[in-house]
Design a protein around this ligand. Structure first.
Ligand SMILES: [Zn+2]
Length: 75
């Protein structure tokens, strides 16, 4: 449970955070980590999570804790 973080007022697990970023179910997610990044939309704190949307893909995703902004390392 220590991996959980509050995002937009809700406690989320790594998998739930990855699903917010991806917009659909993911297969697996690593622990959530904090970053030095600032949200470009609201200036809020940005969390990072690595996850597998499918067996063949690994994505690093970022999500603002305060608003809907999210990004990934996909091209
Ligand atoms: Zn934000």
């Amino acid at each position: 449970m220590a991996d959980n973080r509050v995002v937009q007022g809700r406690m989320v697990t790594p998998e739930a955070l990855a699903e917010l970023i991806e917009g659909e179910d993911v297969m697996d997610a690593e622990a959530i980590s904090e970053t030095d990044r600032e949200c470009p939309d609201c200036g809020g704190d940005v969390l990072e999570v690595g996850y597998m949307p499918s067996v063949t893909e690994f994505v690093t995703g970022w999500k603002c804790q305060d608003c809907d902004w999210a990004d990934t390392d996909r091209d």
